[in-house]
Design a protein around this ligand. Sequence first.
Ligand code: VG1
Ligand code: CO
Length: 560
Amino acid sequence: MNTVQVETKPFDGQKPGTSGLRKAVKVFQQPNYTENFVQAVFSAVQPSAVGSTVVVGGDGRFFCAEAVDLIIKIAAANGVKKLIVGHKGILSTPAVSCIIRKYKATGGIVLTASHNPGGPNNDFGIKYNTSNGGPAPESVTNAIFELTKNITSYKIVPNLKCSIDYCGLQYFKVDGREFEVEVIDSVVDYLQLMKSIFDFDIIRKLIKGSENKAPFNMLIDSMNGVTGPYVKKIFIEELGAPSNNAINVVPLTDFGGLHPDPNLTYASTLVKALQDGEYDLGAAFDGDGDRNMILGKKAFFINPSDSLAVLANNLECIPYFKTNGVKGFARSMPTGAAVDRVAAKCGKELFEVPTGWKFFGNLMDAGRLSLCGEESFGTGSDHIREKDGIWAVLAWLSVIANTGQSVETILINHWKTFGRNFFTRYDYENCESEPCNQMMSEFEKYITDPKIKGQKFIFGSKVYILKQADNFEYCDPIDKSVTRKQGIRVLFEDGSRFVFRLSGTGSSGATIRLYAESYEPPTSNILEDAQVALNPLVQIALEISKLSQFTGRTAPTVIT
Ligand code: VG1
Ligand code: CO
């Protein structure tokens, strides 16, 4: 078989966002669109692409199969020595990270648009991960983008026929060179990693119950995304939960019409099922399996920022951390600062990074970070370099098994010790881009004007005094790279704050995110409804940003 060079022309807008290139399926289906981007990926990682091993897999959404086929043919043409491909193209994002690390691959290509809906009329995505198993840093994604702007041809082996329907090794001769494709079971390596991190026996006992303890009843919703096979294997087969404890466990190309984003709005089936009090814990994941939502009895909601803090405070319940010790903690800037209090108590370093998992990787590689999370339902540790939904549920089950307490009691006790960081996020999805950009730039000008420092903002009986406002900028402590304009922060004297940012994962239009946070000490009303507690702050944010005027929206699409 031989390589063919195909002429092509650049496409606009192939710039990877917060987490890879995400566009409508129809955009990827244009002749040469996907080919161009994949070629740019291999060109950007040259010369390491030649003779390299690359992992390929995705969440099984519509167009995954076609994309895997193209990647195999383009990889072969670009001198890649070996591809490790998930069975039928299925690998969760955390599994890709695990496999890159385990087999010391050069990198990996993840085919997913994560929490965006799938199907012929929805979204697809391609993301490149580097040899540490994490999303490529901006230096690499920028290089890929630059190459897409000037591409004139790509290399492909059009006659290469490779089946990914069965596991095993396949050898090919391409331009006289050996090219190898190994199709692997989607779950085995990941399961082995989880077994090395957690005490499965303790979790098994919790689920089974004993003479004086009722079985622990869970409901796990894979939302027809990639986690189905992992959930079945780990929670049902290995940990012994009854099979009706897991729902939507067959990955579907269109997620069965669901919006596979584990939050209170889109995971409403799970929320409703939990409300009647039959289950002790509910969990849902997104399309590619890196996000998680945890609910307690009667759908008691665990805010992701609190989830991170609770886990940080209970890491001794997990064998992995007992063995490896606990280095620092980290969160993305908009994430609630509950974990900061745990870090202060334990005397650990705490890092505040821009939104997106790629910013945690350097800290982990440098041995300074063990546990981190984002308010967007992302939790994870340095066991891999992606956030990890199933890992988060296993971590919670470990804490529950070791403390003997319910989800709700664990969280309420946490607030009673540390106080509570009230947190909420409002999303205004699919707005027109131009007015949003204008709103952001006018608001930045207004709020960062030195003259308004110290100004009072009043809503009802609440008074907030402006302490500082800026557009968040991050200097990576390890490689000193600087990332600018990561969200407009407005900080008040009493520690309350709100943040505005534009989403970087949408495939069209703009999504505005408003994050609000305030702190109450243990002695005050820690059980108040977060929406009530934060309403004054949210109203002030909406008023001074003129969000309604710019976007025409009077209510958010999703509230977390
Ligand atoms: C969102 C979240 C961010 C997360 C990113 C990728 O980005 O806010 O915290 O890291 O999605 O998650 P944005 O730019 O839309 O706010 V995933 O599960 O979509 O890979
Ligand atoms: Co995801």
